[in-house]
Structure formats: C-alpha cells, structure tokens
Design a protein around this ligand. Structure first.
Ligand SMILES: Cc1cc2nc3c(=O)[nH]c(=O)nc-3n(C[C@H](O)[C@H](O)[C@H](O)COP(=O)(O)O)c2cc1C
Length: 233
C-alpha cells in the first residue's frame, strides 16, 4: 500500500477512534485540568466552521471558587422548582423513534445506577446532579448572539462537538449540558453577560472517574441506512 493511502487510513482511524471513545461523562475526579491543556482544547475548537464565519460562540469557563459559587447558585435555583427559563425553546415533545431513543438512554443511566423504573424521586435526584456539574472541576457556558437566531446556536453546537473531541484527544472527559440552559437568566445575571447573549448549553469537563459505575455504559446509534437517503435519479 502506498504512503498516501496509509496516511489517509491513519487519519480517519484517529478520528473514528475519538468519535467511538467519547461518551458523556457523569462522574469526574476532583483534579483540575492544567490551564495549558484547556487552552489547547479551546485553540483546536476555535477552528469550528460557522455561517459566514461569524464564530458566534463565546465561552465562559468557571473553575475553583468561581465554579463553586456558580454551582451553589444554580443548584439552589434548580432544586427550588423554579420555572424553566430557557433562552432557546426546548424540545416540545419526543415522539416515535425519538421517544424510544430517549427512553433507552434514560433506562441505561438508571439501570446502571440501580434506580428502579418509575422511581420519579430518584430520577429527579439524579437530574439535579447536572447542577453539581457531576463533580467536574470546570464548567463551560457556551453562549451566542441573539440576532443570529437558531443558526448561531447551530454554530455553537458544532463548536461543542469539536470541543468534546479535542478534549477526548487530550485525555479529558466532557458532558454537554442543556440542563444548565434551563437557567439562562440566572447565568446571564451571574456572569454579567450582555442582554444580546443567549445561552446555548454548558459543558462540564475534567478527568473522567473511570471507576464510577455511571461511566460504565455506552449509548447506541441508529445505522446509516436508518438515517441517510441517497437520491440519484
Ligand atoms: C446539546 C446536548 C445537550 C445535552 N444535555 C444533557 C444534560 O443536560 N444532561 C445530561 O446528563 N446529558 C446531556 N446530554 C448528553 C446526552 O444525553 C448524550 O450525548 C446522549 O445520550 C448520547 O450519549 P453519549 O454522549 O454518551 O454518546 C446532552 C447532549 C447534547 C448533545
């Protein structure tokens, strides 16, 4: 095999390995990530494509005392049963196959944690762990510019993906969290974001606790055949 073919296989191999190994980490070691590693992730993710190269993502990363202050505040609001305060409309309803997939991944999580089906109290307790950032030492808030609307949010989604893959390549674990965006108003006030900024989601990150059972399962994916339609004539 010639060198060019070998190199291509190596490159797609690395990408597939990162895509295959990444998963949503829901238990972290308390150890902080060195700043230069975080900056490496950020520099890589900065190459994300966006409509008109607008690069609407702005990223706020809270660590140490700042993370603790934010954690206490957002946890208290979430636990108080306060009304949802999203900047972007969340899914209205999961129907058909989307409901099935949602249920499957939910049951994987609950089964792994030994939570019985239908135990709504336990579900709610586990959901609140979002607001402890699952024990991560760092939490990033990704926000976009209001006038860019949904496409600004799409660009941020692509950024989140690249952030997660870069973090994976550098030995970190991540979890994207729309749950944090339920408290967009609190986030905007607490971090003094401009009135024109809209919270897309958070990413908690750090070193995964590989021993924790919550990190032991992997979600499935639909096949390409179930996803893609080729139209040729
Ligand atoms: C935009 C986005 C928001 C998410 N929000 C949450 C969240 O708030 N809490 C959570 O536990 N998982 C959240 N997840 C993780 C998904 O549940 C997870 O990606 C999905 O079940 C697939 O599993 P995997 O990431 O382990 O491959 C989110 C994922 C994405 C892409």
């Amino acid at each position: 095999m010639d060198a060019a073919v070998n190199q291509t296989q190596d490159r797609i191999g690395v990408l597939e390995e990162l895509l295959g190994e990444r998963y949503s980490v829901r238990a972290f070691l308390p150890r902080e990530v060195p700043r230069e590693t975080i900056e490496h992730v950020l520099t890589a993710a900065q190459r994300t494509a966006s409509w008109c190269n607008s690069q609407p993502w702005q990223v706020l990363i809270a660590s140490g005392e700042a993370k603790e202050r934010f954690r206490k505040l957002i946890y208290a609001e979430a636990a108080s049963g306060a009304r949802d305060d999203h900047d972007f409309t969340p899914p209205r309803e999961y129907l058909g196959v989307y409901l099935e997939r949602r249920r499957e991944s939910g049951f994987q999580l609950y089964n792994t944690l030994g939570i019985a089906r239908g135990d709504k109290m336990a579900y709610a307790k586990q959901a609140l762990e979002n607001y402890n950032f699952f024990g991560a030492p760092h939490v990033a808030i990704i926000h976009t510019d209001e006038p860019l609307g949904i496409y600004g949010a799409i660009d941020c989604g692509a950024y989140v993906s690249n952030f997660m893959l870069a973090a994976q390549a550098l030995g970190l674990g991540t979890i994207p969290q729309a749950a944090l965006a339920r408290h967009s108003g609190l986030i905007r006030r607490h971090f003094k974001l401009g009135d024109n900024r809209r919270v897309v989601c958070g990413i908690s990150f750090g070193f995964a606790d590989h021993e924790h059972k919550v990190n032991s399962y992997r979600t499935s994916r639909a096949s390409v055949a179930d996803t893609v339609t080729f139209v040729e004539e």
